[in-house]
Design a protein around this ligand. Structure first.
Ligand code: PGA
Length: 247
């Protein structure tokens, strides 16, 4: 069985470099002992060059390599400080202006640089008619347009229904709900790339993951891993999730 991929998305936290170090250190120590999980920490970019002993991911990147793009970060810059992975298309970045075309440019630029990409997709709401499936399909097809089969092997999909993310979330999805969505996502990926690749790419669940619901998503939900927001800001809680995934 593949190692479970457990991603910490720290978002705009913690407030200082010292706190970031203190949060990462015990996680790095714990992760080293767990052979069945791949822990990836995605801190604010300013902390990326200093955190040691743990696999690092960025929360976003830009598609250009250099030039007059104030405030942006190029994939090659991230790679040069040891970053292996980048989250692209997080719903909070989409809400801040990233449309599918921008997400697609970022995905292609990051993959071309050899970074693994965690592509976030997820519907705004579920409707009884199932229109949300179309929303998901469109996001996937548009975000992955022009990605070669070879580059696609570096993709990780994170299914994060918007209604389940963040402090205002009503609830997390259920393991059964996730499982259903993951099958649908694999179908779309099979059409885009190949059946073989679609079955192999990891699909993570994200949205209000905590120590109580993590096991359900990994076992009955058959998730390849988890994308954890709030619960990754407490080292003890995040380490507990890593241990739950280390089976
Ligand atoms: P949450 O965030 O775990 O706080 O719901 C998840 C995410 O936005 O990636």
């Amino acid at each position: 069985m593949e190692a479970k991929i457990i991603v910490a998305n720290w978002k705009l936290n913690p407030g200082t470099w010292r706190e970031a170090r203190e949060l990462a250190a015990p996680i790095a120590r714990a992760a080293k002992k767990l052979t069945r999980v791949r822990a990836i920490i995605c801190p604010p970019a300013v902390y990326l060059n200093g955190l040691k002993g743990v696999e690092l991911g960025a929360q976003d990147c830009f598609w250009e390599k250099s030039g007059a793009h104030t405030g942006r970060l190029a994939p090659a810059m991230l790679r040069s400080v040891g970053v292996t992975t980048v989250i692209v298309g997080h719903s909070e970045m989409r809400a801040a202006g990233d449309d599918d075309a921008a997400v697609n440019r970022k995905v292609r630029a990051a993959l071309a640089e050899g970074l693994a990409v965690i592509l976030c997709v997820g519907e705004r709401a579920r409707d009884p008619e199932g229109h949300y499936l179309r929303e998901l399909e469109t996001q996937l097809i548009n975000s992955l347009a022009g990605v070669s089969k070879k580059q696609a092997s570096q993709l990780i999909i994170a299914y994060e229904p918007l209604w389940a993310i963040g402090a205002l979330a009503l609830e997390s999805d259920s393991p059964e709900g996730f499982r259903h969505q993951a099958i649908f996502i694999r179908k779309v990926l099979a059409g885009q790339f190949s059946k073989e690749l679609a079955l192999r790419l990891p699909i993570l669940y994200g949205g209000s993951v905590n120590t109580k619901n993590a096991a359900g998503f990994l076992t009955s939900g058959a998730a390849s891993g988890l994308l954890v927001g709030r619960e990754s800001l407490r080292a003890d809680k995040f380490i507990e999730i890593l241990k739950i995934a280390n089976y």
